[in-house]
Design a protein around this ligand. Sequence first.
Ligand SMILES: C[S@@+](CC[C@H](N)C(=O)[O-])C[C@H]1O[C@@H](n2cnc3c(N)ncnc32)[C@H](O)[C@@H]1O
Length: 234
Amino acid sequence: MGQNRRQDPLPKLSEKEMTVKKMFDRIAPKYDFLNRLITFRLDVVWRKETIKQLKPASGSIILDVACGTGDLCRALQKAGAEPIGLDFSRGMLISFNSIAPLINADALKIPLKNSSLDGATCGFALRNFVDIKPFLSEVSRVLKPGSQLAILEVDQPENKLIRIGHSFYFSKIVPFIGKIFSDKEAYRYLPRSVVYLPSENELHKLLKNSGFSEVQKIRLTGGIAQLLIAQKQN
Ligand SMILES: C[S@@+](CC[C@H](N)C(=O)[O-])C[C@H]1O[C@@H](n2cnc3c(N)ncnc32)[C@H](O)[C@@H]1O
């Protein structure tokens, strides 16, 4: 029984969008609290680093794709930018706690004009998309040439020891904490959804094929998270 539970399949691609949307609707009220607890507040540090690397100009319009409850929007505002949040989960947007304008939409069909934005961010959402290609081509379409995209995501550490500890923590401890405070299924899915992430090379290729150049990967906290910075080609 325990073994079967551990082997629960990830949602089929055809069901992924609805499963993910419903899951975030459900966990939204406690999402921020659980994020801080599970990452020992490292998520706050990683978002700060994202903004530091993006260096948004004052008053620049930055789209935060899959904004969730708005942590990156708040950090962008603090830095003087004018973020717009976009997310398909109404639950997450109801729990949104920034004053940025919001769009309730799919990241794979962004309802904004071509070359209308000064930059974009996307935090911890890549692995939740049904397909990464249409997301990147949509972001590329709405960005002005020369502007930057910052993608913050979890990662698999390269160091073997860190990888073993990290894997144990995320496969055993995180679902347990999720079960106590929020939703067991969701906090079992979230760590496992890392398997949806393409390899570093594939991700670079996808970014380049979507019109981005100067792709840079920054490993955060021993490689348990990653920050990708890419520039929309002129
Ligand atoms: C792990 S949360 C991250 C939220 C926020 N960016 C952060 O840094 O905390 C993932 C978010 O992606 C959103 N999401 C997933 N797929 C999406 C899609 N296709 N379109 C829009 N939002 C999506 C979910 O609703 C959820 O709010």
